[in-house]
Design a binder for this molecule. Structure first.
Ligand code: PMP
Length: 460
């Protein structure tokens, strides 16, 4: 039930007058009016009109534990009462930030025992850039400055994060990327596979990293930065052969391997970290989102021994944020990691709801608009196509996935539309089988309605 203190239209008017939204065409928003989300419980949110929606995107891939978890709320409340803030700069720390560091070390791959705190994924990746370059300076190889990332990778929206991201439309606004960041093609089998087998393609796509290293110059490359599964780029799951080959190449040329676990971390792929699902050992891992299930901003970098030992021996690392290791964020992080661990939520993704969603996604593949579905754990993409035989896509300007997203929303389901007409599903990890059934039923209904729209407009 709505608890709004103002009417929806009053909120919309104030929003229009005062709020510039992230990644939003303001004029379009003002034409449509913002949707006000007021409450959350489990996998459900409620808007100011009293509509209940199944949140098939876990907010923005972050509400891993679902909404309204009492232990997270209590942790924040208790920490606020006890000590709302203290810094970590002057040889001080708060218990919560130490306890979370210890817990994170316990769930991370061997050799990753130390954490550097930030407040978001973007700040985490900016920290990565500074840490990597600082590391090579300390190693006496200051010419190693170049970071290699991937097209359509997403690593954030700060100057550093947006530079690492491989989104040309972001680079176009503000003269990015910064010098010393270059990109290679993504391991997108359906798009770039060119008729070869999936595993062979995985090796070929990894080979693009080696080509780029040789082009830039082996002695100039500092690190390779990538998501285990590209998230905002469309849930692009690499072939099995890809990551082991990437790791081999990084080791061959002594290049740091950075796994951006901002989406994949904290259970999304069925293990604590995506690198465990895809079987590689990074030197650094960026995290955010799921560390607090999005209840409060927190991010950071897990720092492997190789980098941590060098940086810790190298004097002061002149980097940090007022809120590095914020007590309230860390207290929520502690409660969240314990909840995911003690309730077996990560294992449940791997063994129960993950496989169940895989089956359910498979059941959509007979739909005339669906080219294929692709995903792992609880992150999935549905590729909409104009022609299932040839996999021909619709023109981007037709925004067919946006039409589908709107049909879903009108029927009580939040799913996301991404470039090239991919529908994204990434619900809270606490979703039940019955809720997955509902999600799939409304998705199919939305696909049917989209098909009708597309046929009415003679686009197919
Ligand atoms: N890395 C990845 C893989 C992400 O998906 C995101 C956000 N979607 C970020 C970094 C940036 O995180 P934030 O928005 O918290 O700055």
């Amino acid at each position: 039930m709505s608890q709004s203190s103002r009417s929806t239209s009053a909120w919309q008017a104030a929003d229009t007058a005062h709020f510039i939204h992230p990644f939003t065409d303001q004029a379009e928003l003002h034409r449509n009016g913002v949707q006000i989300i007021e409450q959350g419980e489990g996998v459900w949110v409620t808007d100011s009109e009293g509509n209940r929606l199944l949140d098939g995107m876990a907010g923005l891939w972050c509400v891993n534990a679902g909404y309204g978890q009492p232990s997270l709320i209590t942790a924040a409340h208790e920490q606020l009462k006890n000590l709302a803030y203290y810094n970590a700069f002057f040889h001080t720390a708060v218990p919560a930030s130490i306890e979370l560091a210890e817990l994170l070390a316990g769930i991370s791959p061997p050799g990753m025992k130390r954490v550097y705190y930030a407040n978001s994924g973007s700040e985490g990746n900016d920290t990565v850039i500074r840490l990597v370059r600082h590391y090579w300076n300390l190693k006496g190889q200051p010419q190693r400055k170049v970071l290699i990332a991937r097209n359509l990778g997403y690593h954030g929206s700060t100057v550093g994060g947006a530079s690492l991201s491989g989104m040309p439309w972001m680079h176009a606004q503000g003269d990015l990327p910064i010098p010393g960041v270059v990109h290679i093609e993504q391991p997108h089998y359906a798009l770039l596979g060119g008729g070869i087998g999936r595993n062979e393609f995985g090796l070929r796509a990894a080979g693009w990293l080696e080509d780029k290293i040789l082009e830039v110059g082996v002695d100039k490359v500092a690190a390779f930065v990538a998501e285990p599964v590209q998230g905002a780029g469309g849930v692009v799951v690499p072939p099995e052969t890809y990551w082991p080959e990437i790791q081999r190449i990084c080791r061959k040329y002594d290049i740091l391997l950075v796994s951006d676990e901002v989406i994949c971390g904290f259970g999304r792929t069925g293990n604590w970290w995506g690198c465990q699902t895809f079987d590689y050992q990074p030197d650094l891992m960026t995290f955010a989102k799921g560390v607090t299930s999005g209840y409060i901003p927190l991010g950071g970098v897990m720092v492997g021994d190789r980098v941590a030992d060098t940086v810790e021996a190298g004097g002061e690392f002149r980097h940090g944020y007022t809120y590095s290791g914020h007590p309230v964020a860390c207290a929520v992080g502690v409660a969240n990691v314990k909840l995911l661990r003690d309730e077996g939520i990560v294992a449940r993704v791997r063994e129960d709801v993950g496989p169940y969603l895989r089956e359910a996604m498979g059941s959509l593949q007979d739909h005339p608009l669906v080219g294929y579905t692709e995903g792992v754990g609880l992150m999935w993409a549905i590729q909409l196509v104009r022609n299932r035989e040839t996999m021909e896509l619709f023109d981007d300007e037709k925004h067919v996935s946006v039409i589908c997203r709107e049909h879903a929303r009108n029927n009580g389901l939040i799913i996301r539309a991404i470039v090239s007409d991919r529908m994204i599903v990434a619900p809270p990890l606490t979703i039940t089988r019955a809720e997955i059934d509902h999600l799939i039923q409304v998705t199919r209904q939305s696909l049917d309605l989209t098909l009708q729209t597309v046929r009415d407009r003679r686009w197919m």
